[in-house]
Design a protein around this ligand. Structure first.
Ligand code: NAP
Length: 242
């Protein structure tokens, strides 16, 4: 994917990692960046094209796809973390998390698939997590939604290979944004996360593991889950809880 000269659309572009995507895409020479947000008045980055888009509102997504028919790079970044567990958490919030990460990403991807195909293939970046690969007690609902979005990323890659669309999944532990304001563990800067994601995109990668945490966690998937949770997950939860 040639970022210079590309036309990008980033969801959740008004703050956090989405805003950082917009800024770095512009720095790397993207010709046009559509900054998509639920409330376009919250987009303050200069030089972008604001687009109203709520990933849970299919009409707004269709409207955005008609407005942004020149897109060659779609960044599915919008997300929520409601801090729910699956069994005893608020089921409405559990559903909203799955709706946002899985069905929201799917709705946007379906709307833009033909746009990307018509513009030569292009690329899709899905912002995933280390929690696509393990359940965090206190947010197991988020982990389930990110796991579903990971599988969606693979499905999208398989289905759109024929039209030449590069589909990149980006995994990392924790980055300093509003989403992690209650988390006390170490955090990457948004600049580190997005820099690694865009380097991978430019290199033609289909997966970027930004940090050591995501690399060791992915390697841990080959282990017996009981051993993996005992060795790699519980100590981190205990440390950050304390
Ligand atoms: N921060 C981390 O440590 C971390 C780690 C791994 C993965 N991630 C993933 O990174 C992505 C960005 O998260 P962040 O850390 O930048 O969080 P953030 O600062 O809380 O920003 C979330 C963004 O998503 C938008 N959004 C939420 N629901 C939406 C919807 N229905 N339609 C459109 N936009 C919506 C928000 O818009 P509003 O302003 O309108 O609410 C906001 O722009 C998410 O997919 C998250 O799961 C984050």
């Amino acid at each position: 994917m040639e970022i210079a000269g590309s036309v990008a659309l980033v969801t959740g572009a008004n703050r956090g990692l989405g805003r950082e995507f917009v800024e770095q895409l512009r720095e790397r020479g993207a010709k046009k960046v559509y900054a998509a947000a639920r409330d376009t008045s919250t987009i303050t980055t200069p030089g972008v094209v604001p687009v109203a888009l709520d990933v849970l509102d299919p009409e707004s997504v269709e409207r955005a796809a008609r407005q942004a028919g020149d897109v060659t790079l779609l960044v599915n970044n919008a997300g929520i973390a409601t801090g729910q567990n699956l069994i005893r958490g608020d089921l409405a919030q559990v559903r909203r998390e799955m709706e946002t990460h899985f069905f929201g990403t799917l709705t946007v991807t379906r709307a833009f698939a033909d746009v990307l195909g018509g513009n030569g293939g292009g690329a899709i970046v899905n912002v995933l997590s280390v929690l696509s690969w393990f359940s965090w007690d206190g947010a197991t609902s988020y982990s389930a939604a990110k796991a579903a979005q990971w599988s969606l990323t693979a499905g999208t890659r398989v289905e759109l290979a024929g039209q030449g669309t590069q589909v990149l999944g980006v995994h990392f532990g924790s980055a300093a944004t509003d989403m992690t304001s209650d988390y006390d563990g170490p955090k990457l800067t948004p600049s580190e996360v997005i820099g690694a994601a865009l380097d991978g995109l430019a290199d033609g990668a289909v997966e970027v593991l930004v940090d050591e945490w995501s690399r060791t966690t992915k390697a841990g998937l080959a282990q017996d889950p009981a051993e993996f949770y005992a060795a790699a997950v519980r100590p981190i939860q205990r440390r950050t809880a304390g």
